[in-house]
Design a protein around this ligand. Structure first.
Ligand code: CP
Length: 313
C-alpha cells in the first residue's frame, strides 16, 4: 500500500472504491482547490506526463474540466474525438487504443456510449484509464465532484438525506452517486416516472418514491437529473409540459425539503422540464459550484493515478 493509501492504476467506477479511497480523493481535491484562486493557475506536479482525452460522446463540462485540470498540473494533453479519429475509417477501439499506447501516454481519459469500455481498455493497456462516463453505467468523477460540493456546503456527507429525481433508468450519474453516497453514510431516495425507474434499483440500498414531494420531504440535498433522450429508444413520458408538472422542481415544491436544502444538477440542464430557472439560479443552487469543484476533483484524480505521490514519498 502506498503511504497515502492509493494503489489503483485506474479510476473506472465508484463501486470499486472504499470509503477511505473516496475520502482521500476529496481531501486531495481540497489541496488543489485554491489553485483556481491564484493569479497564475499552474503547478508543475505533472510536468512531463502525457494525458490523452478520448471523447466518443459529446461533453461540455467533463471534457473542458479535465483539460483545465491537466493544464493546471502542467501535463501535456492531446484531445481525440470520434469524428476526428481512425474509428470513422473502421479501426476498432482496441486498435486505436493500442496505437495511442505505442506513443507512451501516462493516462487516458475516456467517455464512451457503451458500458464497460473503460474497463476493457484498462485491462489491455499499461496507461492509467479514467472513466469520464460509460453509457448508463458510471460517471465516477461526477459523483466525486458532487460529494465534494455537498461536503463543502453541509460540512459532512454522513447522515444527510439526499433525494435524486428524474430519469433514473438512463443515468450514469445516479448510479455513481448511489454507490458513493451510501458508502459514505448518507441515505438516498430516488424518484421519477415508473417508465424511467429500473426494477432492481432498490437493491442498491435506496428508497424509491413515485412522486417528487415524497422524495424530497425533509431532504438536505436535492439532485435533479436530465432526461436522457439520446438513450431512450421510445418516448417514456407524454409531454415535456406534463413531465414538468409531475417531476419539475419549482420554488413552491422545494418547500417540502429541509430548510436550506441545496440543489444540484450535473448538467446539461433542461430548464422548464426537470428544473425551473427560479430554482436553478436561486440562492440554494450549487450547480456552478459543482462545475468549479470538478476541476479540483479531476486534478486530484490525475495526481493520484499518476503515481507522483509514490515518487515523492
Ligand atoms: N455532467 C456532465 O457529464 O456534463 P457533460 O456531458 O457536459 O460532460
Amino acid at each position: 500500500m502506498s503511504p497515502i493509501g492509493w494503489d489503483r492504476k485506474d479510476l473506472l467506477a465508484i463501486a470499486d472504491l472504499s470509503p477511505a479511497e473516496i475520502q482521500l480523493v476529496l481531501d486531495t481535491a481540497d489541496s488543489f482547490r485554491e489553485i483556481a484562486e491564484r493569479p497564475i493557475k499552474k503547478v508543475p506536479t505533472l510536468r512531463g506526463r502525457t494525458v490523452v482525452n478520448l471523447f466518443f460522446e459529446p461533453s461540455t463540462r467533463t471534457r473542458s474540466s479535465f483539460e483545465i485540470a491537466e493544464k493546471r498540473l502542467s501535463a501535456d494533453s492531446i484531445n481525440f474525438s470520434s469524428s476526428s479519429s481512425g474509428l470513422v475509417k473502421g479501426e476498432s477501439l482496441v486498435d486505436t487504443a493500442r496505437n495511442l499506447e505505442a506513443m507512451a501516454p501516462d493516462m487516458i481519459v475516456i467517455r464512451h456510449a457503451d458500458p464497460g469500455v473503460p474497463r476493457m481498455l484498462a485491462e489491455r493497456i499499461a496507461a492509467a484509464v479514467i472513466n469520464a462516463g460509460d453509457g448508463a453505467h458510471e460517471h465516477p468523477t461526477q459523483a466525486l465532484l458532487d460529494a465534494y460540493t455537498i461536503r463543502a456546503a453541509k460540512g459532512r456527507i454522513e447522515g444527510l438525506k439526499v433525494a435524486i429525481v428524474g430519469d433514473i433508468q438512463h443515468s450514469r450519474v445516479v448510479r455513481s452517486n448511489i454507490y458513493l453516497l451510501t458508502k459514505m453514510g448518507a441515505s438516498v431516495t430516488v424518484a421519477g416516472p415508473r417508465t424511467m425507474m429500473p426494477a432492481e434499483i432498490g437493491k442498491l440500498g435506496v428508497r424509491v418514491e413515485d412522486n417528487l414531494e415524497d422524495a424530497i420531504r425533509g431532504a438536505d440535498v436535492v439532485m435533479m437529473l436530465r432526461i436522457q433522450l439520446e438513450r431512450q429508444s421510445r418516448s417514456l413520458f407524454p409531454s415535456e409540459r406534463e413531465y414538468f408538472m409531475l417531476f419539475g422542481l419549482t420554488r413552491e415544491r422545494l418547500k417540502a425539503a429541509k430548510r436550506g436544502a441545496i440543489i444540484l444538477h450535473p448538467g446539461p440542464m433542461n430548464r422548464g422540464i426537470e428544473i425551473a430557472s427560479e430554482v436553478a439560479d436561486g440562492p440554494y443552487s450549487v450547480i456552478l459550484d459543482q462545475v468549479a469543484n470538478g476541476v479540483a476533483i479531476r486534478m486530484a484524480v490525475l495526481y493520484l493515478l499518476s503515481g507522483v505521490h509514490r515518487e515523492i514519498a
